[in-house]
Design a protein around this ligand. Structure first.
Ligand SMILES: C[S@@+](CC[C@H](N)C(=O)[O-])C[C@H]1O[C@@H](n2cnc3c(N)ncnc32)[C@H](O)[C@@H]1O
Length: 309
């Protein structure tokens, strides 16, 4: 059944038998071995609405094998996932961002969706839980793609795919999508205007663009431009202010339909765990937790729903 324009269908086909495409990475063979050796959960029951929960019959031996193999895929940045009795407690409680998105009353049912910079597909699976028709995740980071493949081994959905490409590498615009999401991606872009234009070029007539991004206090004018890192994060190019975001959106021929409130990222939402045992938000903040280690305002994030003007 064709659900998208021809170019997208052809692209998906290219990755049908080889999810890593022709990309070279010395970790791929080991990852494939982990995924092919993941046990099956018998007569599993799936819940993508209340979380990402796969339940079923699993003997202790299989549960142990699954946990050990999934742990080899660390760091798990986005989650959590309940796979049988294995609880993948990721660095981010991504359900908190998801709840903020749901708070904007976005309709997912029956929609074709492109999630640009999807991470391991957490939100894509949650969108299926809201009856999305088909989700394409674009994610160039191959360790995120590997986690997605491991998760979909248990979830077994044919309505979600992950393609290891950047949006800039997609050199066509079939206008195939009712919704395009870019969450946690805009502030990494050297050319944020071009990023918004590319996202918008993939929208169907009347489609909506969902942007989730960091937001800086008004005193920074258009944008806070970190000299080097921001809360230890490399490659943060521009943290726009409200005014900066408004101007950027106007320049790209878009307009704001809805804005969520600006929310400070808490140490409850982002923290190190057994599944992401490295540095996290707390290490990017000063002792009083009121500035980043670079002396900048602590991270605040906002969700915007945009349409073509
Ligand atoms: C901070 S993570 C956000 C993940 C997820 N969207 C979320 O909100 O939790 C940003 C992701 O975007 C991906 N990314 C960065 N630039 C991209 C681009 N130009 N096209 C597609 N993905 C990109 C990165 O590999 C990374 O996994």
């Amino acid at each position: 059944m064709t659900v998208l324009g021809k170019n997208w269908m052809d692209l998906l086909k290219k990755f049908d038998s080889e999810p890593y495409g022709d990309l070279k990475d010395k970790r791929i063979e080991a990852w494939k071995e982990i995924i092919t050796n993941l046990p099956q959960i018998e007569s599993s029951k799936l819940d993508l609405e209340d979380g990402i929960i796969v339940q079923g019959n699993w003997n202790k031996e299989d549960e142990k094998k699954a946990k050990e193999r999934l742990l080899r895929l660390i760091p798990w940045r986005k989650g959590p996932f309940n796979i049988g009795n294995v609880f993948i407690d990721a660095e981010w409680r991504s359900n908190m961002k998801w709840d903020r998105i749901l708070g904007l009353n976005i309709e997912f049912e029956g929609k074709n969706i492109l999630d640009v910079g999807s991470g391991n597909g957490y939100y894509g699976f949650r969108m299926l839980g809201k009856k999305a028709k088909f989700v394409i995740c674009l994610e160039p980071n191959l360790s995120h793609l590997t986690q997605f493949l491991a998760l979909n081994h248990f979830i077994k959905s044919k309505n979600i795919r992950m393609i290891p490409k950047r949006i800039e590498e997609i050199n066509f615009s079939d206008k195939s999508f009712d919704l395009v999401l870019s969450m946690g991606v805009l502030y990494h872009q050297r050319n944020p205007e071009n990023h918004l234009s590319l996202l918008s070029s993939n929208l169907k007539e009347g489609g909506q663009l969902i942007i989730e991004t960091l937001i800086a206090p008004d005193k920074y004018g258009e944008a806070l431009v970190p000299e080097k890192n921001y809360a230890n994060m490399p490659n943060v190019r521009f943290v726009h202010t409200k005014k900066g975001l408004n101007n950027l959106i106007k320049k790209t021929g878009l307009r704001i339909l809805k804005t969520g409130s600006s929310v400070k990222t808490s140490l409850e939402e982002q923290r190190s765990t057994k599944w992401m045992p490295f540095r996290s938000l707390v290490d990017g903040l000063n002792e009083d937790l009121d500035k980043t280690v670079e002396g900048l305002p602590t991270p605040n994030r906002v969700v915007l729903v945009l349409i073509k003007s």
